[in-house]
Design a protein around this ligand. Sequence first.
Ligand SMILES: Cc1ncc(COP(=O)(O)O)c(C=O)c1O
Length: 421
Amino acid sequence: MARGDNISKPAGVTKHESRPVAPRQDSRARFQAGCVDDADRHDDDFLATGFPVAERQGYIHRMSLIRPDIDRIDGYVPGEQPQDSGWTKLNTNENPYPPSPRVAEAITRAANGRLNVYPDPLGTQVRQQIAELFEVDPDWVIPANGSDENLTIITRTFADASDVIAYPYPSYILYESLAGIQGAKHERILLNPDWSWNWSETTPVTDWAKIVFVPNPNSPSGNRWSDEDVVRLVPPRGVLVLDGAYADFADVRSKAELLRHSDVGRRIIVTRTLSKSYSLAGIRSGFAIAHPDLIAAMRKVKDSYNCDSLTLAGTLAALQDQDWMLANVARIQATRARLTESLQQLSFDVVPSQANFVWATRATGGHREIYESLKAQKILVRYMRFPDVPFASNNLLDGLRITVGTDAEIDRLLEVLKTLI
Ligand SMILES: Cc1ncc(COP(=O)(O)O)c(C=O)c1O
């Protein structure tokens, strides 16, 4: 039996795809010389033999199938999403209130409509609605399959391997993952213990960055930086991404005013999501607003039909019902104030939050234990730990990020917390 005859071909691989097949001898010689390239993956012999042949093991190890950039990163780990019922879920900053009833109506109409045809690739109606709300022209807007998709599109559009992507630390960990996936260099900008900017550390990084990601309000802290700070962060040779995932929860709501800044406005990209204030984490919808030159470049990178018809219909309906969203935001702001005060009474330090969550720590620590005890009672908050923070004890900053739920959910949390502290 010829070597490899008993090993089936990897599923979905045709022996001779469109690429030319490298001569077997030539391929082996090249492997022995240590210069295996992509063409060799289509070697007839490689496809026929599959992976676990002893003689080939060195080949696989030497030429990992995985890109080294991907091999070396851990990958972003999202918050827990338990699939059973009965949880008080305060860990991933979802809105505890349902979306506008107009959303389900619009999605149902779309579902009963023409699902056999592709959606509008540019999301024209959604763009028009966003343009009206943010007082820009529609060519300043790009809808996406969640804000995270726009962050991916931005990374792919503006940064290559030689560029630096910078972001405050601690903040949203996804920025680091995206930079890693792109194979770009990345730099954390270490914040002060009170979550303000340490400008002597910040400016040398932003001066050379191609992309600076700034979540405002920040996560996990919930603080909001001033517009003056944000303008100072715009990299002279790159773009600033103002990630407004939680912007609607701030006491003063912002639109896209900074895009009109005479000096730096053309290098700012505002991103927003419908996952939080609009209660639509389940349908994955977000959008970005920026100068049309930047948006046009991002369009080249996005999937042609990145938002499906149901998402576009639901998004439009949600955006058209501003009163519904604002009423939910007001309830969350009121509960946020009560939660903050109650946690402080339980000897937690709480950063004044402008988001729909609070960052709570105790001088005595024990955060992980508190998280686990709450979880044992089916209350889920987010335990977060950030290594390499010099001002934290043992260089490790940890704490609890608690989403502002309904009043009843927060009552339950506080009741159990009181028994633990
Ligand atoms: C700072 C920040 N940006 C973006 C996102 C992602 O938003 P989306 O659900 O629209 O992908 C999150 C989600 O938690 C976030 O915390």
